[in-house]
Design a protein around this ligand. Sequence first.
Ligand code: F6P
Length: 562
Amino acid sequence: MSSAPIDPTTTEAWASLSTHHAGLAPDLRAWFAADPERATRLTFRLADLHVDLSKNLVTDETIALLVRLAEEVGLAEHTRAMFAGEHINVTEDRAVLHTAARRPRGTTPPLVVDGQDVDADVHEVLDRVYAFARSVRAGEWTGVTGQAIRTVVNIGIGGSDLGPVMAYEALKPYVAEGLEVRFVSNIDPADMAESVKDLDPRTTLFIVASKTFTTLETLTNARLARTWLLDGLVGLGAVEDTADARRSAVAQHFVAVSTALDQVAEFGIDPANAFGFWDWVGGRYSVDSAIGTSLVIAVGPEAFAEFLAGFHAVDEHFRTTPLERNVPALMGLLNVWYVNFFDAHTHAVLPYAQYLHRFPAYLQQLTMESNGKSVRWDGAPVTTQTGEIFWGEPGTNGQHAFYQLIHQGTRLVPADFIAVANPAHPLRDGDADVHELFLANFFAQTKALAFGKTAEEVRAEGTREELVSARVFDGDRPTTSILAPALTPSVLGQLIALYEHITFVQGTVWGIDSFDQWGVELGKKLAAEITPAITGDAAALAAQDPSTRNLITTYHHLRPTP
Ligand code: F6P
């Protein structure tokens, strides 16, 4: 194990934050009234993003103490170590270099890590992915019958799915006409069945995306897809029913993305049609690597290059900006403030952009697989709460569902509101610009959460006295507002990198390895062990605990063997 992290709770800053918190009576109305510069002072520019932190429950002293906490736990040094490729993923003894996947070509000095010229390797793969995507988009890469590819199906799960599908949805306006990408992740057979049921195998390309190429869901779905493809092609008379014809059909209709190219070959995919990446890109940090191949095909190499440039702009900000103005650092420290001093259990991310509808789901893996840990990177127990639950839905849908609790519930739910100024579809409803109706909600919600509504204001509206308390809004519910010019590929890259670094900052303060995920292993192992009990092995069934045994027996009753 690596050297022990600095226990944040033993720092002077932590003690000062505790005292400060005990004496703090948040009052955003009063704070704004007394300080006309508050909004300006607490608003920051991060590449194209306008980030307003002023509606958070902080004073200048809070910010100063949080910055001191970051200094005392060694955030600057940990950040340097990450960008330099030191093995900060200690439980897997790996470098953490997703930031290298978006370093521009020709950056000097080149990044050499563990003897590997990282820049050269990254750009060699990117060039191959770009060339492949261009040939698919141009109709030069065809299926076995010579027909152009019209549908790409990405088969992957977790980081090999959530990033690509989220970004594909976010960048829909950039997707080439006539091309569609679908995503199959779940081992529930319904997912594959629904995804391919109306597809033509002659014009379908599968991308099997798996960092390890051992993931049960992905390999099972890849086999289902191979069967569907070959049966379909044979049934249509498009290929002969011979082993050779089947092999060449797989070569035309299947490509793979993985760090385990030997396993790709074993599956039957020609290694010439495989795009590699490296163990220093974590699955949930991999949308910027070859894992994004489906996205590159959909939006084109130029848009993907802009996407990477957006990430890089935020990387550079995070790497070089003093903590007092460093947006990912400040947002990560604010999250620590709410989790550890206000006992916040969750954090909402509320995009006022329909195209970002999968962004909260993507962030759930990024943040919760990274920071949902009870031990530190030296193996000792953590000393304070970690990893809040991230969740959200696009506005305004969320407003009509769960905002009640955020406005008037008993729990504190810090929330990030994200919006864009220029819509992809500037529709009008008569005289009204619909995007402005939409944005009015974005502005109104954070205002209502911050400033609330007093009993006097409710009474002044003529409300009957017995209804007044139900209509009072306490206010002082913290929010961050992020406003971007438009949802461009670059802006999307900026948003993702922002949350990656926020996650890193929180993990650093808590002293945890944000880049491993041992917590997902036990369930996988047990599923493999339980399978014989389901499929008829009486001894395996008897070996289960009573509850599991009953459940499996009930399943057998409900679904008798045909
Ligand atoms: O089970 C969790 C996990 O390991 C994630 O971290 C990862 O993104 C996902 O599974 C998929 O893994 P792979 O890309 O190796 O198939």
